[in-house]
Each structure stands twice: as C-alpha cells, then as structure tokens.
Write a protein that binds this ligand. Structure first.
Ligand code: ADP
Ligand code: MG
Length: 394
C-alpha cells in the first residue's frame, strides 16, 4: 500500500522514499529516479532524490523517533518534523532569499520535502576547506534582522505573536539545548567530551562560581524570554553557502526565545574560524562585524517602518533593544564557544586542528574567550570593544 494511505509512521528506505516522491507526482510518472541517504547530521534521515534525465532533484528529510547520533536509547519526539517544516515556511515568507522552499510536509511520516541545495556547501565545511563566502555575513545579518523582527511583538502584533508562541512550544528540543549548552559543560557531566590536556582548564571552569552565576542568568533568559521565533540551532553547519547564495536549513529547534541566542550562535561559530584559521583571521573578524552591522541597520529600518507598537517606536527604546540584543548575543556566544569545545557535539573547525599541542592551545583560548564573554557581556558595550577583547585573547 502506498505510504500516503497507510497513515502510520515508518522510517523511509531509499526505495520507499522514491515511491513517496512518485506518489506525490513530484516527478513524471515514468521518471527513473536515483536515491541516496546523505544525512550527516545527528538526528534525522536525509534522502537526495535525482531524476538525471530531467535534471531535477529534491530532498526528503525525515525525523527518526530517536537521536541518530546516540541510537534508540535516546528517544526524541517526531513532532520536531512539524516544527521544522512550519518554521521553514514562516522564515521563507519573511526572508525568501535565505531559506529553502518546502514542497510537501506530512506530520505522520514526519517528512519535509524541500528544495535541493546540493549546488552549495555547508558553510562550516566550506570554511574549513578555505572558502570565505564574501556575502555570507551580509546575508545572515539580513536573515537575522528579518526573522527576529517579523516574528516579534513589534513585527507581528500581540495576537498573532501569541498564536505562534503556542504553535512553537518545543520542550524536548529546548531541553537538549538547556542541558548541552547551559548545564553540562559547567559541571562534571557524562555528556562532556574533551582531551586530557584540557582537564586543568575545564576543572577551573567547574570551580568558577562567578561564571556559573552568569550562565544561570543566561539560561534563565533562554528558559523564560519570548522575544522572537528563533532558529534555535544557527551554527555554520545549519547554513548552506556559495559565492552569491546563502540558505539557512534545519530549524527543528525553533521556539520563542531571546533574540540574542541566534545572533550569539552565529558570532561563536564565526569565532571558531577566527581562532582556528590564523591566515584568514581578519576576514572572519570582518564577518562578525558585518553580521552585527547589517543586523543593526536592517532591524532599525524595520523598527521605524513596520513597527506595530507605535508607542515603542522611539529611538531611545530602539537603542535599548539593540543594546540588550548585543549583550545577550555576546553572552550566548560565550556559552556556545564553551559547549562546542568540551561538551557533546564538537565542531570540526577546532577538532580538525592538526598537532595536539596547537589544538589544545586553540581550545584553551576558546574557553578563555567564552568565559570572558559570558562574564563581561555587560561591560562590552560596542562592537569595537567586543573585537578588541577577542583580539587581546587570541
Ligand atoms: P539534522 O537535523 O539531522 O542535523 P540537517 O537538516 O542538518 O539534518 O541535514 C543533514 C545534512 O543533509 C546536511 O548537512 C546536508 O548535507 C544534507 N541536507 C539537508 N538539507 C538539504 C538540502 N535542502 N539540500 C541538500 N542537502 C541537504
Ligand atoms: Mg539538525
């Protein structure tokens, strides 16, 4: 029986993925399709289906009822596929240039069928190969300004905002972030992973009460603020890049949270290149600056032209908002830097550094920068001050 008629969940195989595509008439009935599972992610299946003759291709992403990276012992809700598909559709409307098109979704099968972006490269992979993607930072700055403004109370108005808020309650995926970013790296948890050479630095972190306090403040913001619909996992592995195109994928962690969380993840993941890629350091520092400058300018423009809260439309309140976003971004960037160095799920930017001593030294610097950003986020009042601090430590 056709998968569409079965109405029960089952994981797709290459064969059933092709069948599904044919049943949906995405390709011509007589098409000869090839299919390959290409998911390199931690959680889901990703099928690449190609009609060589017509030169047409699609992606079918399917959630598994557990985390692929750990196995069946870590069950995970299938509802995340619906969250991801709905977030993709909303973000596509808001920032059409920077989000793939969704062709079909099915909540029971937990699948999203979307535009194939194989002509681009995952940004992290490209950066490690030496690419710098000249428009990457401008595009992400614009994506952040649009998504964070248009999903906020100021862009949506209070009624629709609350409907979205309800729709994007995402407790299981948020819990992963709460544990893996805000809790585990700061205590001796089983999920942590780091080389022996880092142990003294890590134990110092675990003893640092001032740091723990600040991380709790940031975690509270993550738990309780509902400023905007966040992507929730906006690292450079969630962005496809090319010389002229940038597309943000994989918003399964989407939820209403503090806007600075998405911005901070972008900052941190660019900082991994600043730290690991000495030759291109200035270029990646420039990317960090561009992300913020473009974000600030675009957000300001939207604030002044599209604001639904007329009483809040003053420059004093705008400045208050931007300062808060900046401070939060710096703090959340610090948490991401630390998590990706010693917690679960590292980044290849750091793990790929050749030579143990060099790698350990880079990771120690990452921990130092992360700690400083978390503790001093209130004192770092400008982009220039942020960059100066980073330069002092690398
Ligand atoms: P996960 O949620 O499991 O991390 P991702 O959405 O990050 O899954 O996808 C995993 C991988 O599948 C990506 O790194 C990329 O290689 C491939 N992929 C995902 N979406 C697309 C797409 N639209 N076009 C081409 N490849 C894709
Ligand atoms: Mg993912």
């Amino acid at each position: 029986m056709s998968l569409l008629k079965q109405k029960t969940y089952q994981p797709l195989t290459n064969e059933s993925a092709v069948e599904l595509a044919l049943d949906l008439n995405i390709f011509a009935g007589h098409a000869t399709l090839s299919c390959k599972e290409i998911g390199d992610g931690n959680l889901n299946l990703v099928f690449h289906i190609v009609d060589e003759l017509e030169g047409k291709s699609i992606i079918i992403k399917q959630a598994l009822p557990y985390a692929k990276v750990v196995g069946e012992s870590w069950p995970l809700t299938l509802k995340r596929a619906k969250i991801e598909a709905e977030a993709l559709k909303i973000f596509k409307q808001i920032a059409p240039d920077y989000v793939p098109e969704v062709f079909y979704t099915d909540d029971v099968l937990a699948v999203t069928i979307m535009e194939d972006l194989s002509h681009l490269l995952i940004a992290r992979t490209g950066f490690i190969k030496g690419e710098t993607y000249p428009l990457f930072a401008k595009h992400l700055g614009e994506y952040l300004a649009k998504t964070l403004f248009y999903t906020s109370d100021y862009g949506l108005g209070p009624s629709i905002k609350k409907e979205y808020l309800q729709q994007f309650i995402n407790p299981e995926l948020c819990k992963i972030t709460e544990d893996l970013i805000f809790t585990d790296p700061f205590v001796d948890a089983d999920t942590n992973e780091f080389e022996g050479g880092l142990r003294p630095a890590v134990e110092a972190l675990w003893r640092d009460e001032e740091l723990q306090f600040h991380v709790n403040v940031l975690k509270k913001s993550f738990l309780s603020e509902t400023e905007a619909l966040l992507h929730g996992d906006l690292h450079t592995g969630s962005v496809f890049a090319g010389q002229i195109e940038t597309k943000v994928i994989d918003p399964e962690f989407a939820f209403y949270g503090p806007a600075g969380f998405d911005i901070g993840q972008v900052f941190a993941n660019l900082l991994f290149q600043v730290i690991a890629n000495e030759e291109k350091r200035d270029l990646f520092i420039n990317h960090v600056e561009t992300v913020w400058n473009v974000f600030k300018d675009q957000y300001t423009f939207l604030w002044n032209t599209e604001n639904k809260e007329t009483a809040a439309k003053t420059s004093t309140f705008l400045n208050y908002q931007l300062s808060k976003f900046f401070e939060d971004s710096i703090g959340f960037a610090g948490c991401e830097l630390i998590r990706r160095t010693i917690g679960l799920s590292h980044v290849a930017d750091l793990d790929g550094i050749e030579g143990e001593q060099t790698r350990i030294a880079a990771k120690q610097k990452t921990l130092e920068i992360g700690t400083l950003l978390i503790k001093q986020r209130k004192e770092i009042k400008s982009l220039a001050a942020f960059i100066t601090k980073v330069r002092e430590l690398i």
